[in-house]
Design a protein around this ligand. Structure first.
Ligand SMILES: Cc1cc2nc3c(=O)[nH]c(=O)nc-3n(C[C@H](O)[C@H](O)[C@H](O)COP(=O)(O)OP(=O)(O)OC[C@H]3O[C@@H](n4cnc5c(N)ncnc54)[C@H](O)[C@@H]3O)c2cc1C
Length: 430
């Protein structure tokens, strides 16, 4: 379906999860098939208009004024092959839709903290999920990709090793993906949830979590979020008005309760949601809000967590704007190269540090200042966790230098006229 500014449904089709600086296209193709994606790309090329793609809008960084928007939200079927333990996922499917299709088979995808996120873009950006330290990046478990490149040709990317390499980690720079086939994993249950510690009463929470991450096996994937909760009713009563360290973890296997004993020694949590849960309930682990909002974030991938910089974080994050600090423990299978290489960068990072602020204010300098004390330990950045228009240099920092050069050459090969307008653009050599 083609929509213009005068059409009913124009706003519904263009507004996604991220409400800051939404797309304002001349024309929206609300697609339901690969053929319609191809039609939209050819139309944009003929008109000389740039093309943005949106599934849910979680990863929007800057809206395009004018041009074409391909809205994939209704192109979202998921087909499971339980014997092969794979799923075919169409362009607009969310992880929730994938989980709904895989859970009846006792199988789970490599989804992340919020299942409302689009499965395709998450995977093209690497994809750091709830079982990341055990199974690696989502991009490491992609078997097939169907894509429409900027010349309007439908391709099976795996037939072209360069395109297949670039798409898995290089984001939406090389074509409009119409579907991917991914591996699924047998996950009867997870042991997980969050322990919410009041930072005033439990100032050691960060340090204890950091020390604990150095001891845990790959079956443990965890993170810590520093959240200054406002004192308002939608916030659970025990958390209202408190600066909370939310320790979030997902554990495979049956000794989760033993493994988290050092975390329990931090103190009495203000809230405890830990227990055994089916993968279909995995959204309860991080318990991140999933309603449309305006937000900005910046990210740094770190070689280590310096104890002094870590101790200073809660105070630093109590700045003029609300800042939520999110630290994920990486390593494990994330650091191992997959059997078919891909463009995912900085596998040697041990932690990911993100500072995120809700609202519409300009927090660019504030976020840079919060990340500044970490510059010595910073080895790159994750584009998936960067919700801000980045400079070309900042995008470059997401990749190893040789990989970035290869990506720029491939951008020029597959999209010489830069028809595609992805959220994080690899600018090419021109
Ligand atoms: C609340 C929240 C939780 C998150 N949790 C995690 C997490 O646990 N792990 C993780 O790795 N990431 C996580 N992310 C980041 C998320 O994976 C990225 O923001 C991702 O880009 C979102 O994809 P989307 O389809 O939902 O967003 P969209 O805004 O719809 O898409 C983002 C961009 O992807 C590109 N794109 C979308 N569809 C296609 C396509 N079919 N073909 C080519 N390019 C396409 C476009 O450039 C588009 O601008 C989270 C984000 C949020 C907001």
């Amino acid at each position: 379906m083609m929509l213009t500014k005068e059409s009913n449904g124009y706003d519904e089709a263009r507004l996604g999860f991220q409400r800051l600086d939404p797309h304002r296209p001349e024309v929206i193709f609300a697609v339901t098939s690969a053929a319609e994606v191809q039609e939209a790309v050819k139309y944009a090329a003929e008109q000389g208009e740039r093309v943005a793609v949106q599934a849910t809008g979680h990863g929007l960084t800057r809206g395009n004024n004018g041009g074409v928007l391909i809205a994939t939200g209704n192109f979202n079927a998921v087909r499971v092959d339980a014997d092969a333990k794979t799923a075919w996922i169409e362009a607009g499917a969310t992880w929730q839709q994938v989980i709904d299709a895989t859970a009846p088979h006792g199988l789970a995808p490599l989804s992340g903290s919020v299942p409302g996120v689009g499965a395709i873009s998450y995977t093209l950006g690497g994809g750091t999920g709830l079982m990341a330290r055990r199974h690696g990046f989502a991009a490491d478990h992609v078997r097939r990709i169907e894509v429409v490149t900027a010349d309007g040709v439908r391709r099976n990317a795996e037939d072209d090793p360069e395109l297949f390499w670039a798409l898995r980690g290089g984001g939406g720079n090389f074509g409009v993906v119409t579907g991917i086939e991914v591996d699924l994993f047998e996950v009867p249950t997870l042991y997980g949830g969050s322990l919410y510690f009041d930072l005033v009463e439990n100032p050691t929470a960060l340090e204890v979590w950091r020390d604990w991450t150095r001891t845990v096996p790959d079956e443990v994937t965890s993170a810590i979020a520093l959240v200054p909760f406002p004192d308002i009713p939608p916030v659970p009563a025990p958390l209202r008005g408190k600066h909370i360290a939310q320790v979030q973890f997902a554990i495979l296997g049956d000794n989760g309760a033993d493994l988290i004993k050092p975390l329990r020694a931090i103190g009495d949590p203000a809230l405890d949601t830990v227990g055994e849960l089916p993968y279909s309930e995995s959204h309860r682990i991080f318990a991140e809000p999933d309603r449309p909002d305006s937000y900005r974030s910046r990210n740094a991938l770190l070689s280590d967590l310096d104890p002094d910089a870590l101790a200073a974080l809660p105070k630093q994050a109590s700045g003029p704007a609300m800042c939520v600090i999110l630290i994920r423990h990486l390593g494990g299978a994330l650091s191992r190269r997959p059997s078919i290489p891909n463009a995912v960068g900085h596998r040697d990072a041990s932690y990911s540090l993100t500072v995120l602020s809700p609202g519409e204010g300009d927090v660019t300098e504030l976020h840079r200042a919060i990340l500044e004390p970490w510059s010595a330990a910073t080895i790159g950045r994750s584009l998936n966790f960067s919700f801000a228009p980045l400079t070309p240099d900042e995008v470059r920092e997401a990749f190893a230098p040789a990989d970035y050069r290869r990506l720029t050459e491939l951008r020029d090969r597959y999209d010489a006229n830069h028809l595609l307008a992805p959220n994080h653009e690899i600018t090419g050599l021109r």
